[in-house]
Every structure is written in C-alpha cells, then in structure tokens.
Design a protein around this ligand. Structure first.
Ligand code: SAH
Length: 446
C-alpha cells in the first residue's frame, strides 16, 4: 500500500513540476513514506532523517533548498514528536492527507512548516488526480490498485485502525475506471489492495453495494486485463461469492495471502482475531475445493503475550496441516496504544527468537518443496522486470514465484509459457521455447 501511496503522491505533485527521481542527493523534495506496523520499521525513520538532514544542508550550502517530508503511518502516529525532534523537517502528513500536498507545499514555500494528520471527512480518493500510469516498482505491466483502506477489526497487537483510520471502500465505478486507465497504460496484471481487501463493500455503479467477488467478476471483463490478484485478506471476511469467484474466474490467480497469525485458539482469542484455527482449516478446504491448485501464503506472529510452548506447537501443527508456499513471520512487537502492550506474560526476547527460527525453518522447507515440485512444469509467466544478468528477464508465475529466464527485452510485459528447469528456495529458473528466444520472434510468442 505504501508503494501505491508513493506513486499517487507523485501523481499529485506532477502538476507542480515535481518528477520522481532515484536518488535523494540534490533533490528539491524528499518524502519518507513510513510504516509503523512494527517497532523496527518505525525506528528507521529517525536514522534515515539524520542522513537526509546532511543532504539538505549540503543543498543549502550550494544555495538550493530541499523540502523534507515524513509521510505514512509513523507520521500519523508520531507526527507531533517528529515536528519537535526534527525541526528541519518541513512537512509531516498521514496516509489520508497526501491529497493536500499542493496546499502543504505552498505553505512551506511561504516559510512555514506543516503537520497534517487529521482524518479528512471527505475520502482522499475523491480529490486525487486520475492515475498517471503504473503504481508498482516493476513498471506498468503488473501494478497496484487500492480499493479499500483502513480497518475496524482492532486486533489487539495492531496499530492499523489508529494509523490508517476507519474502514473505507471506494465506489466500484471509480475502481473500474482506474483499472481501465492502468490497462491502457500497459497493465496486464492488477493487484487489488486493501488492509482488509476482502471486506470490500463499495457503492455499486447503479444500486446497492458490491463485495469483492462481484468486483473481481466485473474486472475480469476489462479487456486486456489478464491477471487479477488481491491482498491482504482477513480470514473471517472470505464470503461464499469470493470463494466461488476462485472457481469461476480464470483470470483470478491461484495464489492467496491469508494471514492466520497463530494456530492456537487461546492466542487467536487474545488477539481478537474472530476466527479459530479450525475455522481457518475449514476455509482453506473450501477454497481448495473451488480452486484445487490454490497456493497459500500467510502471516504469523510468534511470542504474542501469554504464548506458551503448547500454543506455539499448535501453530506448527497448523502449518503442517495446511502447507504454505510462502509466508511472512514476525516476532510480536509491542506497539504503543494497542491493548496487547499491557497484557501480562510478555514473552522474553530469547524465547521469541527461538520460536521464530523454528517456525521459519518449517515454512522455508514448505516453500522449497513447492518450488522444487514446479520443476518440469510449464508455467505462464508475466515478464515484468529485466533480470540481474544481461539477456535475462524476470516475471511471476501464477503462484507468485519469481521466474528467471533468458529472454529478449521485447517480451517485457507479455505472458509466456515457460518450461521450469529448476526450483530454487526463492525463485524458479526456466527456459522459453526456442522460437521465443530471438528478439524478432515476439509476435509468434506474445
Ligand atoms: N488485515 C489483515 C492483514 C494484516 S497485514 C489481517 O489482519 O489478517 C499486517 C501484518 O503485520 C499482520 O498480518 C501481522 O502478522 C503483522 N503485524 C501487525 N502488527 C504486528 C505486531 N504488533 N507485531 C508483529 N507483527 C505484526
């Protein structure tokens, strides 16, 4: 979502004459777009600000000016503190305020400083310009589209309801319009984004509301859009229509990121997750019935307050039972203002470290086994980046694995059948049919 937000900030700033560049050195403006989900991410902000301050001073010595801004969820949560601790920062604004950038820049130009962390009454999307192009790091071919934001779930460990604000779904007509624009700009694949993307319930173009299942079906009719994905989902919000969409919409990719956090009902309850381990197992069973090759990924937190060895074992058992092809796992990080901070039986750091290592061993083994199983299969790959090696492209399989292959640059942005020669821990290596390896043969392969 921060990558999407950063691209949208660039869209807002473009009419003012600002263009994105790769290097902060010498820039007229630097915006740090920040994450507050764990302590480590939030801490990085102050060290990074110290580095940027030197660049700002250097620019001033040359007679120039570098506007320095902190955006995102750290700004939302700690805005006043940043203003106090870093007086050289010109603008501090939250994830729901960046549509105001033109006014903020005007105020800074008049030698003011700006703190904008109020949640607006009117959703920011109503005031954002139309997307200018791709919104991901990989170029226009695979791109992001935010459809839902914020959260009303209040998991006891999580800052999101306080930093991103209340749940909001964009009207379906706006999303379809943005999708068409992204496809016109070259998108073959769109990743729909939301903090709880599957609780999407946006205003329908004519009457009532659409859920995510309906939205996916309508997006499947956008000509030129070949792949649809969505992230991140909240298990309790997977409804029947969305599950059926996985069976019925061929362009909905067979990969789902579905965070479970823990396999212990006692811990899930203390987390206020609104689902049990058994609910999760049943849900996965139904999803796999709808789409037998569905590959699953998840998020896990180890060392939530009160987690015992027995609770942790239940998480390992769940992982064994489900089988994940990829996962993100974290040590519980105490976040200011969340209920879990004050819970008894905080788990000591060394125990968290041990559990995380054990969990990651198991998850890595599952990921490697899945990747190795892909050997000798032919998978359609959307090439979206040049590879590290000359003459190589990288793309994604339907199951989100990065796939490397020798291929001419002319195949960027196309989907090709790739023969998988090897499965590595984090990627696959494949070859194209002979006829596709020469630049002149693009038409035969595309
Ligand atoms: N809304 C979805 C996805 C959340 S994605 C859901 O609730 O399922 C954010 C991920 O960051 C979470 O899944 C969780 O694993 C991780 N996370 C959030 N707060 C955390 C904390 N305090 N400590 C460690 N990990 C955390």
């Amino acid at each position: 979502m921060n990558v999407y937000d950063s691209a949208r900030m660039a869209d807002v700033l473009a009419p003012l004459g600002f263009l994105p560049i790769d290097d902060a050195e010498g820039a007229d403006m630097v915006i740090l777009n920040t994450c507050h989900i764990r302590e480590k991410a939030a801490e990085k902000v102050y060290s990074e600000l110290g580095r940027l301050r030197s660049l700002q001073q250097e620019k001033a010595r040359g007679g120039g000016r570098m506007i320095l801004a902190v955006a995102g969820c750290v700004a939302q949560a700690e805005g006043e503190e940043i203003m106090r601790r870093a007086p050289y920062v010109d603008m501090v604004f939250g994830p729901q305020s960046y549509q105001n950038l033109p006014e903020m820049v005007a105020r800074v130009a008049r030698a003011g400083r700006v703190l904008d962390i109020d949640f607006p009454a009117e959703p920011k999307f109503d005031r954002l310009p139309e997307v200018a192009g791709g919104t991901a790091d990989t170029g226009p071919w695979s791109t992001f589209l935010a459809i839902q934001e914020g959260c009303d779930k209040f998991c006891t460990f999580c800052v999101v309801p306080y930093t991103r604000g209340a749940e909001y779904s964009r009207p379906a007509a706006d999303i379809l319009k943005e999708a068409r624009r992204l496809v016109e700009a070259g998108a073959r694949e769109i990743m729909l984004l939301g903090q709880n993307v599957n609780c999407y319930h946006g205003e329908a173009p004519i009457d009532g509301e659409w859920g995510l299942g309906r939205l996916v079906r309508e997006l499947a009719d956008v000509s030129g859009l070949e792949r649809i994905r969505y992230t991140t989902s909240y298990p309790a919000d997977m409804d029947d229509d969305l599950i059926t969409a996985h069976a019925e919409v061929p362009t909905l990719m067979p990969f789902l990121h579905l965070p479970v956090q823990s396999g212990s009902d006692r811990i899930l309850n203390a987390m206020n997750r609104r689902h049990s381990a058994e609910d999760y197992r049943t849900l996965v069973g139904r999803l796999r019935e709808a789409r037998p090759d569905l590959a699953l990924s998840s998020d896990f937190i180890v060392g939530f307050p009160g987690e015992t060895d027995a609770d942790f074992q239940e998480t390992l058992d769940l992982i064994d039972a489900i089988g994940f092809v990829q996962a993100y796992s974290f040590k519980y990080s105490a976040r200011p203002g969340t209920p879990a901070v004050d819970m008894p039986d905080q788990v000591p750091e060394n125990l968290k470290n041990g559990r995380l290592a054990e969990l990651q061993n198991l998850l890595n083994a599952q990921q490697i086994a899945f990747n190795k199983d892909c050997k000798d299969r032919i998978l359609p790959v959307l090439f979206d980046r040049p590879g590290r090696r000359e003459g190589q492209l990288v793309g994604r399989s339907p199951y989100m694995q990065p796939v490397h292959a020798t291929a001419p640059a002319s195949l960027l942005g196309t989907i090709q059948d790739v023969y998988i020669e090897a499965g590595h821990p984090n990627s696959l290596a494949g070859v194209l049919p002979l006829s596709c390896r020469r630049p002149s043969d693009k038409r035969a392969c595309a």
